[in-house]
Ligand binder design. Structure first.
Ligand code: GLN
Length: 201
């Protein structure tokens, strides 16, 4: 294992620069992932927020679906934030009507996620979120956020907002409905770093 941790941020669309900055502040070497070869040597990969239909289309164009699944199967950690959480989910509800409601996803994490569950862009909001086991709440920014409507048996629920699941972990998979990269609080990036370095296949 490298002395300096090396993580990637999927950099096709969305808030990938902010994730990069948060990771670099933790001393992580960061690669922006656009092609399968960019995954080489990474210990974890963040799928950022943005627009899941757009990111999914670009993942098809860049041939990234199977390489990201293989990366995870080989021991890599994955963290999906907002649109990224949609891409991790086994089941996506509320997919785009122009695709008959179907939304492509990696289907790696045993979740059912509903898109745009908190309303439209104007309904974006910020709340102090109680995270299981943490002394102080996390400042969570929600932007046209999804909710996790169902979790499978192996999934740990780490936070809820108004009773709805917004943060969950399954082994070396992490899903957050909100945008932790848009606040200076480093705790979730630190958690993902720890997951990337300590959780093995
Ligand atoms: N509503 C977006 C989607 O469905 C997600 C929004 C976000 O990532 N902030 O992809």
């Amino acid at each position: 294992m490298n002395a300096v941790p090396h993580l990637g941020v999927l950099a096709l669309q969305g808030a990938f620069r902010e994730h990069r900055q948060r990771l670099e502040a933790l001393g992580v070497r960061v690669t922006e992932v656009r092609r399968p070869a960019d995954l080489a040597g990474l210990q974890g990969l963040i799928l950022p927020g943005g627009e899941s239909t757009t990111i999914a289309r670009l993942m098809t164009d860049f041939g990234l679906w199977q390489p990201v699944r293989d990366f995870h199967a080989a021991g890599g950690a994955l963290w999906g934030t907002c649109a990224g959480a949609i891409l991790l989910a086994r089941e996506v509800l509320g997919g785009p009507p122009q695709f008959g409601g179907h939304q492509a996803s990696l289907a790696l994490m045993d979740l059912s996620v509903r898109r745009n569950a908190f309303g439209r862009q104007v309904d974006s909001f910020r709340v102090p979120l109680a995270v299981r086991g943490w002394a102080a709440p996390f400042p969570a920014v929600f932007i046209r956020a999804p909710v996790i409507e169902r979790v499978g048996e192996g999934v740990d629920v780490l936070a809820r907002h108004q009773g709805q699941i917004v943060l969950a972990r399954q082994g070396r998979l992490l899903a957050s409905a909100f945008h932790p990269e848009l606040t200076p609080d480093p705790r979730l990036h630190a958690l993902f770093l720890e997951m990337s370095l300590t959780v093995s296949a």
